[in-house]
Design a binder for this molecule. Structure first.
Ligand SMILES: N[C@@H](CCC(=O)N[C@@H](CS)C(=O)NCC(=O)O)C(=O)O
Length: 372
């Protein structure tokens, strides 16, 4: 048993001893449940109101990213900070890999600490999820212990939320950007002079409008939609979010019956954005965020589309299922106070994800495999 479990065990046995002393063998169950419900509800509301801001109807409102990208990045001085549980950071890892930017933009991988903030630690080799990809580790750019410390190094300091992904400039010692959508655009088109795969364009001019149109659908209803379900603070807000989510998944299921990717024959940035939510769906959102109407596995086209993207060279190596499950179930404390991690669903195992997807016939374009 870990130190942490020991102390949890000791404090609950102490509480037990005190209640026995005051009330005998056990508290009357009705009194116990009512007291704990009232205390837990008000503590939960206090915690949620600070960690997950909501509107007047209890709907989750995501705070905007503080550092948006503008201007020209200086290739050679960039460093990327990510956490592997995070779907927004995952987008940046995929585009970095597909564009062949691994050497030009080194990465440091943080893991969630017990207080829910990001920290860097030395991790054993067997902490590396399915064993073929990236794992958490130390801060290679600044040697900091936490991401908050890295943000704090910028001139003028910073006291906002220290989120991943974050792109750092090692020369100016400043945050370049902490908005994933900006970072993936930057990786796609502004670093071609140092990219191993400069010819791959995940946002070609003729598809830009379609990409934006799809993003306006998937961001509020799916990417942020799952968080709107999980962080809803009223039944009404949850009902709205879950309805938006599943209506959109139904539409996507229909669309993907005849289209290999969202914008047609070729993979684009908006597919990457959808993929990082889909790959976490059965693992985390279905259970923890109460996205329970269906499992992703019950959508044959969406599941095959997800496998299609998973099987693109280098993509599987960016997915770390151990970190995803630990990140959501153990460390998103407000939603899972007991910290018990459910068993990994079979449908999210590598073996299933590597099954043939059969979607080649939907596209006549050069397969992405040949371009990566
Ligand atoms: N809009 C941001 C969202 C990033 C975000 O919310 N990251 C979460 C992890 S999934 C985070 O780092 N949270 C830490 C915190 O809020 O303190 C983006 O797309 O880059």
């Amino acid at each position: 048993m870990s130190l942490n479990n020991d102390s949890r065990f000791n404090s609950s046995s102490m509480l037990n001893a005190v209640t026995k002393l005051l009330w005998g063998q056990s508290l009357p169950p009705g009194l116990l449940v009512t007291t704990v419900r009232a205390t837990w509800n008000s503590t939960w509301r206090l915690m949620m109101s600070q960690l997950a801001p909501s509107d007047s109807s209890g709907g989750y409102t995501r705070p905007p990213s503080k550092f948006r990208f503008s201007g020209n990045p200086s290739p050679g001085s960039l460093h990327l900070y990510v956490g592997l549980a995070c779907p927004w950071a995952h987008r940046t890892l995929i585009v970095r890999a597909l564009k062949g930017l691994e050497e030009a933009v080194p990465v440091s991988v943080a893991s969630p600490g017990l207080d829910g903030s990001w920290e860097f630690k030395r991790v054993d080799a067997d902490g590396i999820g399915i064993g073929i990809g990236i794992g958490p580790g130390l801060d290679k750019a600044n040697g900091c212990r936490t991401l908050k410390e890295v943000y704090g190094l910028r001139r003028g300091g910073y006291d906002g939320r220290s989120t991943v992904p974050m792109l750092w400039d090692k020369v100016s010692k400043d945050v370049v950007c902490n908005e994933s959508y900006d970072i993936i655009h930057l990786f796609n088109s502004s670093l071609n002079s140092v990219a191993g795969n400069p010819d791959l364009d995940l946002s070609p001019p003729e598809l830009k409008e379609k990409i934006e149109e799809w993003y306006r659908v998937i961001y509020p209803n799916v990417n942020n939609g799952v968080y709107r379900c999980g962080f809803a603070q009223s039944q009404e807000a949850y009902d709205r979010a879950v309805n938006d989510l599943f209506c959109t998944l139904d539409k996507l299921e229909d669309h993907l019956a005849s289209s290999r990717y969202l914008c047609g024959d070729t993979l684009t940035l908006v597919d990457v954005c959808l993929f990082t939510t889909l790959i976490r769906f059965d693992l985390a959102y279905n259970v923890l965020f109460k996205c329970t109407k269906k499992k992703l596995y019950e959508y044959p086209n969406l599941h095959a589309y997800m496998r299609d993207i998973y099987q693109i060279p280098k993509v599987a190596g960016t997915c770390n299922f151990t970190e995803i499950m630990d990140g959501y179930y153990k460390l998103l404390f407000p939603l899972n106070p007991g910290g018990i991690r459910p068993v990994m669903p079979c449908t999210s195992q590598n073996e299933i994800l590597c099954r043939p997807h059969g979607r080649e016939s939907l596209s006549s374009a050069t397969p992405i495999e040949a371009k990566v």
